[in-house]
Design a protein around this ligand. Structure first.
Ligand code: OXD
Ligand code: MN
Length: 593
């Protein structure tokens, strides 16, 4: 079949890699509806996909991964840069020459008896100045069909690329799904990703974490832009003006829910709307007017299924009703649909669990869906998708919001004093582990800007890059920076803030601050709201003004001990932490003392 491009750098790389992996057949993905339809049929025939109820879930499919291959594997993820310092103390590092030898050894003849798929894809709308191209070579039809949802695939990508060498090389080999030989390697200096022995989304949909965060963060460093683990949402006020917010949270903090939130009743009545531009990744550049603009480089949502329901996130649920691939959820035999824990209170009794075993939801002690089971849903399905989703110029950012899960420490919301202090606030992001993760509960995991597993270079250089970007923004043009904590608990260990749609009340204060409309109290950690300035209309029975005051309390003793934790974390960077941030830490301690 036609090779879809004459780009010599693409043709040479593909030839070399095909010579290595030795497929029986090569298919170039042109992205046409007919081709994708035929591939879905083929995947159903081979059993890789299972077609779901066409009436209830049109064009939807179920896939099950190997039992040992259900999540990202941070301990097997490597930044293969020239030296260990480039990767920094928070990344696993492998020497590039050593890594290529190891990985090519594993990939040798890995496609024997299989088909090679060449997927040209664009992160960002094709032709946008923000966008970048990638080519993924894979032996997995599941990868092809997921990439066709999560990114823009097809010939148009090659047409836009022309003969340029600026594209990311991605080689994926399923091999034997052997955990001991599983490697997810990024070579930021070579624009290259190699992923072997996995078939799980986060490890093999190379456009997502591997490219759009690890490789792109490095590209952004070199090219003066930012690739961030951030959702993008627009808040439309009753006058029809929309302001955009980018927000970063570690896993399990409700990022997809916030990105698609439904305003509380009182806000809906007034005419507020929330629009989703993206739920996971932002690429951010300075625009012609000197402000920062963001695009969502993805084209779909790779969301966690368990816990997604009509109440927690009706927009995400609606997004999964057509053209969606479900991975590792329950198959309901009764009507050939899917189910997961937290979808509703009626688990199917005649079903198949994520491991492919018969499952009765009323009787089984085991969970039916894997806790990290996923839906891959087209963004266009989302009822609140922003009209700016495809805008090649992106959306202007008013505020950056960082957040984490802290039972006692962080107040509901606070604002950084200025840009550099905001970078400090992002760098001290941390979350306490929940019962959902393995290991001890309540342990603080430091996750600067939610980029810990995704920063493709030394985190200290990344912080400096943030400071440098800020220095290019004129006063008044830089987004304001905030931190939120939806997870504060009272002495009875109960959550104090209702969360979900009510989080808009906090976003409203944030946007009022950006507009210079809300006052604040200066504290050692930043500017805090007056409790009266958070709108509680409609939830006064649930949250009193005194509750709110308690959520806004800053305990100096807790913060002093937090400062010790931050200092210990900074110490890992061997003196590379930018002076501005060290100074912010010193100032925090001095103010608290
Ligand atoms: C994700 C993650 O899957 O951050 O988006 O783990
Ligand atoms: Mn993510």
């Amino acid at each position: 079949m036609s090779k879809l491009t004459t780009n010599p750098t693409v043709l040479q790389w593909i030839d070399e890699k095909l010579d290595l992996v030795k497929p029986d057949k090569v298919v170039w993905i042109d992205g046409t509806t007919e081709q994708l339809k035929a591939l879905r049929q083929e995947a159903c025939a081979s059993g890789e996909l299972l077609k779901l109820n066409e009436e209830l879930l049109p064009d939807c499919y179920l896939h099950r991964t190997a039992e040992n291959d259900v999540a990202r594997v941070e301990h097997r993820t490597f930044i293969c840069a020239e030296n260990a310092e480039l990767a920094g103390p928070t990344n696993n590092w492998m020497d590039p020459a050593e890594a290529y030898e190891l990985l090519y050894g594993i990939a040798k003849n890995a496609y024997k008896g299989r088909t090679a798929y060449v997927i040209p894809y664009s992160m960002g709308p094709v032709g946008s100045p923000f966008s970048k191209a990638g080519v993924e070579l894979t032996d997995s039809i599941y990868v092809v069909l997921n990439m066709a949802i999560m990114t823009r695939v097809g010939k148009a990508v090659f047409d836009a690329l022309g003969d340029s060498d600026d594209w990311v090389r991605g080689l994926h080999c399923r091999c034997d799904i052997d955990e001991k030989k599983r490697y997810i390697c990024q070579f930021p200096q070579d624009n290259t990703i190699i992923s072997v022995n996995s078939g799980y989304g986060g490890n093999v949909l190379l456009g997502k974490k591997c490219f759009a965060l690890r490789i792109a963060s490095y590209q952004g460093w070199k090219e003066s832009w930012l690739a961030e683990h951030m959702l993008i949402l627009g808040v439309e006020n009753p006058r029809g003006e929309v302001k955009y917010i980018c927000a970063a949270f570690p896993s399990a903090c409700g990022k997809t829910n916030l990105a698609m939130l439904i305003p509380p009743e009182s806000y809906l009545k007034k005419g507020y709307k929330v629009w989703c531009v993206g739920d996971d990744i932002s690429w951010i550049r300075k625009g012609p007017d000197g402000r920062l603009y963001a695009i969502n480089p993805e084209n779909g949502f790779f969301g966690v299924a368990p816990g997604t329901n009509e109440k927690s996130n009706p927009n995400a649920l609606a997004s999964t009703k057509k053209g969606t691939i479900f991975t590792n959820v329950v198959l309901n035999n009764q009507n050939n649909t899917v189910w997961w824990e937290g979808l509703d209170k009626n688990p199917p009794t005649d079903a198949v669990d994520w491991k492919g075993r018969p499952w009765n939801g009323m009787e089984s002690a085991e969970k039916g869906a894997h806790p990290n089971s996923r839906f891959t849903a087209p963004a266009v399905n989302c009822p609140c998708i922003s009209s700016e989703f495809e805008n090649p110029a992106g959306v202007p950012i008013s505020a950056f919001v960082f957040g984490g899960r802290r039972a006692k420490l962080a107040p509901l919301v606070y604002q950084a004093f200025d840009w550099n202090h905001g970078v400090f606030v992002g760098s001290i992001m941390a979350s306490e582990t929940t019962a959902a993760a393995s290991g001890a509960v309540g342990v603080v995991r430091r996750d600067p800007m939610a980029m810990l597993p995704f920063c493709g270079y030394n985190m200290a250089d990344y912080w400096q890059h943030w400071i440098d970007i800020g220095a290019t923004l004129n006063d008044g043009k830089a987004p304001k920076i905030f931190n939120v904590n939806w997870f504060r608990k009272n002495d009875d260990d109960a959550f104090m803030w209702p969360g979900f749609g009510d989080n808009l009340r906090v976003l409203q204060w944030i946007l009022d601050r950006c507009d210079g409309k809300a006052d604040a109290v200066e504290t050692p950690i930043g500017f805090l709201p007056h409790a009266e300035d958070i709108d509680l209309e409609g939830i006064e029975d649930e949250v009193s003004l005194d509750d709110l005051r308690a959520m806004l309390d800053v305990d100096p003793a807790l913060w002093l001990s937090e400062a010790d934790g931050i200092a210990a974390f900074y110490a890992k960077f061997d003196g590379k932490v930018p002076g501005e941030m060290q100074a912010a830490l010193d100032a925090l301690r001095a103010k608290l003392a």
